[in-house]
Design a protein around this ligand. Structure first.
Ligand code: GDP
Length: 591
């Protein structure tokens, strides 16, 4: 094994396929070399720098670490509510505030257990038997600093907030069970957090289990572009056991570190704005809502508008149920006094008077009505127009395919297409049918869902219709790439659909000097329209297809004729009409 002196720059983690391409060797060869070194890896798996260095050395290359330029995260796309809120604030008035954290991850990986463990480690919260009431959020203290946790784990809550533009969380803790590894919902969670541009920290849970395999999980995370910091990446991976309450302190310290590098600030004296975490009706108290203040300071007696509800706050309590007079940024509170139940994710703000509150609510209700009428978000057909209007720079896609084997070529084809002016961003690519979660993510991220050899389930289709999400199903890869390529170039024809508007039966046939032969018909269903398209059937045979060029009712030219009436119909340069023929009249509509 001698070095030929060729230096090769390698990243901290690299997928075998890419590594093989870099050194122009067959991936199979590489896999064999890895096996002889005791490393089992498939073509799509990533290896760390050290492993890659050993393998390339066998081919005479000398590996050097790639110099990664720090790229600042672009602030395109989504801007969290609190950033919007402080955009107009004077920089000197901004103060650090507690980070707001949410926990995502695959089912049964320990999200709930971790939330409980975190809550119990906190001495202040743990006193007097701990928190008995659950208001959807709580705070813990670490190193004299507060951290706010949203207590409703799961993607649905997170995405619902995003879909409403609220985005309550500053940091996501991604829980991955060390004995189970990265699973479909883990990938979904990563996609959600990435799409929302929220930094992630990984809690590698269940390390107490005998079959825990943290190294394997780290490798899987690296494959998802979450390269652990100990491998030279930027993702903090903290081993924990929610069950044995181990590693919780480290995790909280990690959260503070992530918070510090993200300048999480607010102006306690500024405009009061925040998000509704949850709300319900209590028989004796009326509407009870949990609010997360994101900027400014909320006070008892304030008048607020939350979504399309409003009211004067009668009482504010903290997450332990203790009455308080005011609550600053990142504080979760429970409030009484709203006239109705707002939705989770609704944005609230303080207004000057009840009258102003009512005006805002009325305007919002009106706006909601018109929005519902024109609720088309993104469709492939509209993409180019959106780009030209400056509303989109890239096409966000969620890709679902029947098997991994079809997913890989689809992704590589799509990535090739995204090299031009309009980029393609694949938020999430997985096997399986299209479900509600996919549509929810698409709606929150203005993405299109592409399905290859899969179906969209009924609930997903219903949600897609409601949210205006475009689902496109394909069975042939080039049809899909062709469509997307056309859309990127602004050449995709609007989808056209035929709409049958009427049917008629030919009763007899006349000869009129002007038109040649004319069909004397009775309209059996709907209406016939002059200028519309027609098909003439004899039994099941299609005899003629063309325009309905003349339409008469009792010798009068008419534009249309309805069900139950008789009429004379003539076709341009077509005469072979017989009694008993069926006429179907249709129009072509652009979607
Ligand atoms: P969720 O669905 O992600 O909220 O998961 P849960 O918190 O409900 O946990 C799922 C299961 O894993 C429960 O039976 C927990 O007791 C168990 N569990 C959670 N954390 C740990 C852990 O650190 N170690 C072990 N051994 N079991 C755990």
């Amino acid at each position: 094994m001698s070095s030929n002196g060729h230096k090769i720059e390698l990243p901290s983690s690299i997928v075998i396929r890419d590594l093989a391409q870099m050194i122009q060797k067959s991936p199979i060869d590489l896999i064999k070399k890895l096996m002889s070194n005791g490393v089992m890896a498939t073509i799509n798996q990533a290896v760390d720098f050290d492993t890659a260095a050993i393998v390339v050395a066998e081919y005479g290359f000398e590996a050097v670490p790639e110099v990664v330029e720090e790229t600042k995260q672009e602030e395109t796309g989504e801007v969290p509510l609190w950033r919007q809120a402080i955009a107009g604030e004077d920089a000197t008035s901004l103060k650090a505030r507690p980070p707001v954290v949410t926990i995502l991850g695959h089912v049964d990986h320990g999200k709930t257990s971790l939330l409980d463990a975190i809550r119990q480690t906190d001495v202040a919260a743990g006193e007097a038997g701990g928190i008995t009431q659950h208001i959807g959020a709580y705070q813990v203290e670490k190193k004299g600093r507060l951290i706010t946790f949203l207590d409703t784990p799961g993607h649905a809550a997170f995405t619902q907030m995003r879909a409403r533009g609220a985005q309550g969380a500053d940091i996501v803790i991604l829980v991955v069970a060390a004995d189970d590894g990265v699973m479909p919902q883990t990938k979904e969670a990563i996609a959600h957090a990435k799409a929302a541009r929220v930094p992630m920290i990984v809690a590698l849970n269940k390390v107490d289990k005998p079959n825990a395999n943290p190294e394997r999980v780290k490798q899987q995370l690296a494959e998802q572009e979450l390269v652990p910091d100990e491998w030279g990446g930027t993702t903090m991976v903290v081993p924990v056991s929610a069950k044995q309450k181990q590693g919780i302190d480290d995790l909280l310290e990690g959260v503070l570190l992530v918070a510090d590098s993200n300048e999480i600030r607010a102006n306690p004296g500024g405009k009061v704005i925040g998000t509704v975490i949850e709300a319900e009706v209590d028989k004796s108290k009326g509407t009870v809502a949990t609010l997360l203040v994101q900027n400014g300071t909320l006070r008892a007696g304030d008048i607020i508008v939350a979504g399309t509800t409003h009211g004067k706050l009668r009482a504010i309590t903290d997450f332990k149920g203790k009455p308080i007079q005011k609550a600053g940024p990142a504080t979760p509170v429970s409030v009484l006094g709203l006239n109705d139940v707002p939705s989770a994710g609704d944005i609230f703000e303080v207004v000057a008077s009840e009258r102003e509150a009512r005006q805002i609510v009325t305007a919002r209700m009106e706006a909601a009505k018109t929005q519902a009428q024109s609720r088309k978000k993104v469709s492939l057909e509209d993409l180019f127009a959106n780009v030209q209007a400056g509303e989109a720079k890239e096409l966000n896609l969620i890709v679902k395919a029947d098997v991994q084997g079809s997913l890989d070529p689809i992704i590589s084809e799509l990535n090739k297409l995204g090299q031009g002016e309009i980029g393609i961003k694949i938020l999430y690519a997985e096997t399986g049918n299209i479900g509600e979660n996919d549509v929810m993510l698409a709606s929150a991220s203005n993405a299109i869902v592409i399905g290859f050899n899969v179906q969209a389930d009924v609930a997903a289709r219903r949600l897609a219709e409601k949210e205006g999400v475009d689902i496109r199903l394909y069975e042939i890869i080039y049809r899909m790439t062709e469509d997307i390529e056309k859309a990127l170039k602004g050449m995709l024809e609007p989808e056209v659909v035929e709409k049958v508007i009427g049917r008629a039966q030919v009763l007899q046939v006349f000869t009129a000097s002007k038109f040649g032969r004319v069909a004397g018909c009775k309209v059996t269903d709907g209406e016939l329209k002059r200028g519309a398209r027609v098909r003439l059937y004899r039994g099941t045979d299609l005899i003629y297809e063309g325009d309905l060029s003349s339409l008469r009712h009792e010798k009068e030219d008419v534009k249309e004729i309805r069900q139950g009436f008789e009429c004379g119909v003539g076709f341009k340069s077509f005469n072979d009409i017989q009694p008993g023929d069926q006429l179907v009249c249709y129009i072509v509509e652009k979607q």
